[in-house]
Design a protein around this ligand. Structure first.
Ligand code: GFB
Length: 313
């Protein structure tokens, strides 16, 4: 599609939505429609229908979601299942009814079974039980994927589904209670270094393995898939390699300049033992990531240092 197409990025203040906006602007898109939470309540079906009837965007990136790390997911399951189900249902239906030509829905690697084969292929969806710490969020994201597939099957609506691995990057949530591991570690190591602390606490055993993708790579993949992919099957987006949480902590500590040691708090949950996505479908579609974990962590640490005074939580 051309750079003058009207594009709605839902969730543009978030990690993913913000990166998609940056990527579209770099590509010369001039007709972006953005609404902050105070201007458009995405949980209100009436408000979302009215917005779409008025704006009639041609493309939609559905990056609005209630997201959080392992503890937030484990302790606020009602919010995670309810908000995500409502927001995605409202947007997908309103987009279809108001002439949107293509919609890209963002899911998560946690939709796959806890003991999925590694790397995880898209077709192992619904073949086994989910990881209990985030099954509520996972069920909502599976429902979003199935909603897109249903609208394509029944109405021919061109909705595609992208399943990213664990993401990080500039604009992330650095809250110690609700964030994901990578921003939490950047903050913990930075604060420990400033305070001259000798130890940093890492949740869990440090043995779980995660794959981390810089959000600018994800945004590039989304814009690419919006242009080049149109199919009922979801597409995994990952980096291609995983790392243990202990090794990630060592990397973040070194990047920040922390010289003390790690202490593992095994009263905190580990979550899934491993999450590494099989990205063969994405590679076949013609896209590859480019930002290494080392570069990405350096970039995110630099962003954190520049913005720490403005962070809310
Ligand atoms: O990033 P994270 O919260 O999400 O945790 P998940 C990953 C691993 O890092 C877990 C450990 O084993 C955590 O116990 N960890 C160590 C920490 N220290 C910390 C810390 O200070 N903060 C955090 N947050 N973790 C989420 C899901 O699972 O992944 C979501 O809950 C979503 O639904 C997201 O799918 C991508 O990878 O375990």
């Amino acid at each position: 599609m051309d750079a003058t197409a009207k594009v709605f990025v839902a969730g543009h203040r978030g990690l993913v939505g913000g990166a998609i906006v940056r990527r579209l602007q770099q590509a010369g898109h001039r007709n972006l429609v953005l609404r902050s939470r105070s201007d458009l309540d995405l949980t209100s079906q009436a408000a979302v229908q009215a917005f779409f009837a008025q704006e009639r965007p041609q493309q939609v990136y559905l990056a609005a979601a209630k997201v959080g790390g392992i503890l937030a997911n484990d302790t606020r399951p009602a919010e995670f299942i309810h908000e995500n189900l409502v927001i995605q249902s409202n947007i997908i239906d309103a987009a279809y009814r108001n002439g949107t030509r293509k919609l890209l829905f963002l899911g998560s690697s946690c939709i796959y079974p806890k003991h999925a084969p590694q790397p995880i292929p898209e077709d192992c969806l619904l073949t086994g039980p989910l990881e209990p710490t985030n099954e509520w969020y996972a069920i909502a994201k599976i429902a979003g994927l199935k909603t897109c597939q249903a609208y394509r099957k029944q109405y021919g609506f061109d909705a595609i589904c992208v399943m990213p691995t664990n993401l990080y990057g500039p604009g992330d949530n650095f809250s110690l209670t609700s964030s994901h591991v990578l921003p939490a570690l950047i903050r913990k190591f930075s604060e420990a270094t400033s305070a001259g602390a000798k130890e940093v606490e890492i949740w869990g055993t440090g043995t779980p393995r995660r794959e981390f993708l810089h959000v600018d790579d994800l945004a590039d993949a989304c814009v690419y898939l919006m242009r080049h992919y149109s199919d009922i099957q979801p597409v995994n987006v990952g980096w291609g390699q995983d790392v243990s949480i202990a090794d990630l902590a060592t990397l973040v500590g070194r990047t920040v300049g922390f010289e003390g040691s790690l202490r593992f708090d095994t009263s905190k949950p580990d979550g899934a033992p491993r999450k590494l996505l099989d990205t063969a479908r994405l590679t076949a579609a013609g896209w590859r990531p480019s930002i290494t974990l080392e570069e990405g962590v350096r970039d995110t640490v630099a962003w954190y240092r520049q913005n720490v005074a403005m962070l809310r939580d």
